[in-house]
Design a protein around this ligand. Structure first.
Ligand SMILES: NC(=O)c1ccc[n+]([C@@H]2O[C@H](COP(=O)([O-])OP(=O)(O)OC[C@H]3O[C@@H](n4cnc5c(N)ncnc54)[C@H](O)[C@@H]3O)[C@@H](O)[C@H]2O)c1
Length: 351
């Protein structure tokens, strides 16, 4: 297969897992060897077909380093899964804009290096798609990189909770120039939101009347700190809306990130509470905690997205990819039930 030429914007924890995974799974030939990956092959593309051709960040310990080294540089604090060989992809400095929120100013040090012309670099390196892995709340920076992607004629994958793919104006612009666009806010593989929705649907399908439910997270990556400061409200709206689609009736639902606990590092604890009534109005309660590490939780879904976007490019499709977005993002242009999104994604892959 031809290589899938990918540019990364934001070489944080999530980028680290995505880059490591390509090397971690590169020798897997059979599905059973690829433990932890939903699809080893997708439309005949393998994760090893992903080639990182450009990377942009603003942090002094990352800019100027090879991508293979920058992914392990602080303040990244996610798991090391494997050694990554030199990739000959230097991390270049993009525009800072609102990339560094007040809460992370003491942690993130901005590099002195000059800013590069991002669109020009994307063109020079033949990037086909740009993945935005900017921090939550970096609205201006997200829009700026989307403009650079448009200028360089690259598809755009928006993993962040900034509304781009779900914004009609952006969708129209990508469609007009013949480029695919997907987003917004990537769904995790072992996602608290997906688990919450599944639990609620299971209970509702079995006739339980749910009266109250919440889902609260604590984590220790810079992303958790950013979320706490800048996107707590928007995350809460996005997650609550997503969870609401699981139930056929209205009830009291709160779902949203809550707090930062530094010693958790890149770990995340998600707490779930569900209260309801079953036969004879007898009460039931469910109280549960899920422990995960954040960044690797993005890998499997992101590889499906990258390959979905590549397939769209192969087929000359443009504008918002509704099935890919509904399958892999929390705030897609068109929200669907999990099963429906999965079905349409499969249909899209086989064409
Ligand atoms: N499981 C997951 O990791 C997951 C799931 C869903 C969504 N996301 C989203 O992915 C994004 C990245 O998450 P993360 O955990 O890697 O965050 P992170 O804080 O570890 O990484 C963000 C990176 O962006 C860099 N950055 C800041 N401003 C920049 C700018 N102007 N230009 C270029 N780089 C800049 C930072 O220096 C840092 O390296 C977040 O928006 C998060 O919500 C992640």
């Amino acid at each position: 297969m031809s290589k899938i030429k990918v540019a990364l914007v934001g070489v944080g924890n999530c980028a680290s897992a995505i880059v490591q995974g390509v090397h971690y799974y590169k020798d897997a030939e059979k599905e059973e060897e690829a433990v932890g990956l939903k699809n080893l092959f997708l439309g005949s593309y393998h994760p090893r077909d992903i080639e990182f051709v450009s990377a942009f960040d603003i942090e002094t310990r990352k800019v100027g380093k090879d991508l293979s080294e920058a992914i392990f540089s602080p303040p990244n604090n996610t798991l090391k899964l494997i050694d990554v060989p030199k990739l000959d992809v230097p991390v270049l400095k993009g525009s800072v804009l609102d990339g560094v929120g007040d809460s992370v100013k003491d942690i993130i040090k901005i590099a002195d290096a000059p800013e590069v012309d991002v669109a020009q670099k994307l063109k020079e390196n033949n990037a086909e798609m740009v993945i935005s892995l900017l921090p939550s709340g970096a609205i201006e920076a997200s829009r700026w990189y989307a403009e650079e992607a448009l200028e360089a004629r690259c598809a755009f994958i928006n993993a962040t909770p900034v509304f781009i793919a779900s914004d009609a104006a952006w969708s129209k612009r990508f469609g007009e120039v013949g480029l695919p666009l997907v987003g917004d806010d990537l769904v995790d593989q072992v996602g608290a939101t997906a688990l919450h929705k599944t639990l609620l649907r299971l209970l509702a399908d079995r006739g339980v009347s749910i009266s109250e439910t919440y889902q609260l997270d604590v984590g220790g990556g810079t992303e958790s700190l950013n979320t706490l400061e800048r996107t707590r409200e928007v995350k809460r709206i996005v997650k609550t809306k997503a969870v609401e689609t699981a139930l056929p009736y209205k009830t009291s639902i709160i779902a949203g990130s809550t707090d930062y606990v530094d010693f958790l590092q890149n770990r995340r604890d998600s707490y779930f509470w569900i209260k309801g009534l079953y036969f004879g109005r007898v009460p039931m309660q469910l109280d549960m905690r899920l422990n995960t590490v954040d960044a690797p939780n993005a890998g499997s879904v992101m590889y499906d997205v990258i390959r979905g976007v590549k397939i769209a490019l192969d087929r000359g499709l443009a504008g918002p990819l509704l099935s890919v977005s509904a399958y892999a993002f929390k705030h897609p242009p068109q929200m669907m039930r999990l099963e429906e999104a999965e079905r349409l994604f499969r249909k899209f892959i086989v064409g």
